[in-house]
Design a protein around this ligand. Structure first.
Ligand code: CA
Length: 692
């Protein structure tokens, strides 16, 4: 029987400890929530039979297992359904994330079973988010009273938001809180930081500006960061003149200025449009005609006052007169490699409910070579950057070989070995920035989605910064300074997303979905060859560079103007439904000559290459709630599946699926998008393709 994993607790329903626990709860009279494991993905008919018994599916958790609401006290009818392999009460042992348990026995907690936990006797205060079941209002007096009593705190100390209650509680009371039936799970609250704490250098900021005439006109981008310039919408740095829509003070009441300088630098990378006589002339972000909303998060003590529920960060500028449809976030958890948590859930839920809003997040700067083997370790991406429906951005190097700064000089303990230690931080545009956080996520998902230059970025300096930071480089122009990190790569990509939205809106896609923008962005991204042997990046997708380095020009597709490229939106698909179309592959030679990472000429492909990218905005949840499959069948009958190379299996983790098919056979090719598994809600999708 497959193991079920939920909230970091993994167990086998057939294990003796679980069987004993189930025997202790032979019926569901004490809980309104159950887990149901089925023998195969549920059909609509199966779902109807469950609903008829009063089973309300809330979330797909893993291995054909669903967390469900269930008010009757007899589990017998559910267990009796022929397609159900196991059903049991959602025991409170499932609810406490292992990292909230005492260190002793943590491995056992993680592997043995939901009841095999060691009760803590510690009075250590733990700040936790108590996340409620889907049908529970955490603001109800009944729920608040139960939580406060279990936690031994005053109800006044509870901070309530949409789906959770945040409080500080002694560790020994966590199990009592978990035992409250309305509680879905408990998780630790992790502090956040800006993602710019590594190497800096010297380079122009207009790295991703290309020959397109689209520059973000008509688009509004929200920057959630430290603040903006002197805090005025009218008296601004000249690079933003007339384009600041709104400044929202969140961290410091009444003040949205930027004494830290990080936010203003980020804003410049998105949409700055300035001139510098001493630093190379035009200095632009990637969407220099877009408009700006800044939500200032810097608090009085230099930290970040991120709203406890991220809906409260994203919704206000989406609604109201700002109507912003692109958000960029260059911050995230201080702890690397966290699993999908409530912050990830809130990001995914926001995009699921506002399907036209693009949300970008920095991957983080937690890349390290922990074992000194000269390769960056995998698995450092997590939490916010692990959300399925955002665009997660990693950092590449830029081309400024005159910079004398090496990774070893910056963080010798993080990069102790060759070839990284002595490598310059900005001397190879095909190389990863060593500090860029790596995937896969804890859920085995590819992240980052894309990469962009994140070392040696020159951008706008806040007027509220008294003394310019010259630690890593000197700007000859006091209106600009140098910074780096995935913090700097992310706004460059957010600007690209604004430009992509503009190309769509101006060509009769009035309200493009975030999934479509992401599909275009990813489909245009180029393979990052890597700068070391063996490559630290290479063929897409991979845990370092995701689906590759952004190439805005290659991502832009003007509908009907190019027979070799196209895009579309479709669905929503119900269980087992499919959608698709045909693409005519021309009978011609492929691209002439390409070079590999070492500069060797690689023989040209004999025929054209098709690249096809499918993206969907999945409902919130650590696992894919809705699993679509991309299937492409060439004119000669050969078949390719998304993310599977030439393999015959299917991707069950990612909500981005891509087929890159070199020498694709000529003739009419068929593409199909198949709804393999739909949990609750029918699933819309978007795709983009190009023949190269
Ligand atoms: Ca799939």
């Amino acid at each position: 029987m497959p193991r079920i994993t939920i909230n970091g607790v993994s167990f086998d329903p057939a294990a003796p400890t679980v069987a004993a626990a189930a025997a202790a709860s032979p019926d569901s009279s004490k809980s309104n929530y159950i887990l149901v494991q089925t023998k195969a993905p549920l059909t609509d008919d199966d779902k109807g039979k469950l609903a008829a018994l009063g089973v309300q599916i809330q979330e797909y958790v893993s291995e054909n297992t669903y967390l469900c609401g269930y008010k009757p006290s007899d589990l017998g009818p559910v267990r009796g359904l022929p397609f159900v392999s196991w059903a049991g009460v959602y025991l409170h042992g499932f609810k406490v994330n292992p990292n909230l348990r005492p260190a002793v026995g943590a491995a056992q907690v993680n592997t043995i079973g939901p009841m095999a936990v060691t009760p803590s006797v510690s009075s250590t205060p733990r700040q936790v988010d108590i996340v409620m079941h889907d049908d529970v209002n955490p603001d109800s007096a009944d729920v608040k009273a139960k939580i406060a009593a279990a936690a031994h705190v005053s109800p006044d100390t509870l901070t309530v938001s949409r789906k959770k209650i945040r409080l500080t509680v002694q560790e020994k009371y966590l199990d009592a809180v978990a035992a409250v039936d309305q509680v879905r799970h408990l998780e630790e609250v992790h502090p956040v930081k800006l993602y710019n704490n590594v190497a800096r250098g010297i380079i122009n900021a207009d790295v991703l500006v290309n020959g397109t005439s689209f520059q973000g006109e008509g688009q509004i981008v929200v920057v959630n960061d430290t603040g903006f310039d002197n805090g005025s919408t009218t008296n601004t740095h000249p690079a933003f003149a007339g384009r600041v829509v709104r400044l929202v003070p969140i961290g410091r009441p009444g003040s949205a200025d930027d004494p830290a300088g990080h936010g203003t630098h980020v804003c410049g990378s998105v949409l700055g449009d300035g001139l510098s006589a001493t630093m190379g002339g035009v200095i632009q972000g990637t969407a220099p005609k877009a408009k700006l909303v800044v939500q200032s998060l810097l608090d009085a003590s230099g930290g970040l006052a991120v709203p406890e529920d991220l809906h409260d960060l994203f919704e206000p500028p989406y609604n109201g007169n700002a109507n912003a449809r692109v958000h960029t976030n260059s911050w995230g958890a201080t702890t690397p490699g966290l699993p999908y948590d409530q912050s990830s859930q809130e990001i995914d839920d926001f995009v699921w409910n506002q399907q036209d809003c693009v949300v970008c997040f920095a991957a983080g700067n937690d890349g390290i070579d922990g074992n000194g083997d000269g390769r960056i370790d995998t698995g450092s991406i997590g939490s916010q950057a692990a959300a399925k429906n955002c665009i997660t951005v990693g950092a590449t190097e830029n081309m400024r070989p005159d910079i004398g700064l090496t990774y070893g000089q910056l963080r010798p303990s993080s990069f102790p070995s060759s070839p990284i230690f002595g490598d310059l931080t900005a001397n190879d545009a095909e190389g990863m920035a060593a500090f860029s956080s790596r995937g896969p996520t804890k859920e085995k998902r590819f992240k980052p989605d894309v990469v962009a230059p994140g070392t040696s970025i020159l951008s706008t300096r806040s007027g509220a910064v008294v003394t310019a930071d010259v630690t890593f480089g000197v700007s000859n122009d006091p209106a600009y300074f140098f910074d780096d990190g995935t913090s700097m790569a992310t706004p460059l990509v957010a600007g690209c997303c604004a430009v992509l939205r503009e190309t769509l809106v101006k060509n009769n896609v009035q309200n493009p979905s975030a999934a479509l923008v992401k599909a275009l962005l990813i489909n245009g991204a180029q393979t990052l060859a890597g700068q070391y042997l063996p490559s630290e990046a290479g063929l897409s997708p991979n845990p370092s560079s995701g689906w590759g380095r952004v190439d805005l020009q290659a991502s832009v597709i003007i509908s009907g103007a190019d027979a070799n490229a196209g895009f579309g939106e479709g669905g929503p698909l119900n269980q087992g439904q499919q959608s698709g179309g045909t693409i005519t592959i021309p009978n011609r030679a492929g691209p002439a000559v390409v070079a590999d990472a070492a500069g060797n000429v690689v023989p040209a492909a004999l025929g054209p290459t098709l690249k096809f990218t499918l993206v969907w905005t999945d409902p919130p949840g650590a696992q894919l709630q809705n699993d679509l499959d991309l299937i492409i069948t060439a004119a000669d009958g050969q078949v390719r599946h998304g993310n599977m190379g030439t393999g015959s299996g299917f991707d069950r983790q990612n909500n981005v699926e891509q087929v890159v098919w070199q020498n694709v056979p000529p003739g009419d090719l068929k593409f199909e998008i198949v709804a393999f598994h739909i949990t609750r809600f029918p699933q819309p999708f978007a795709f983009a393709w190009r023949i190269g």
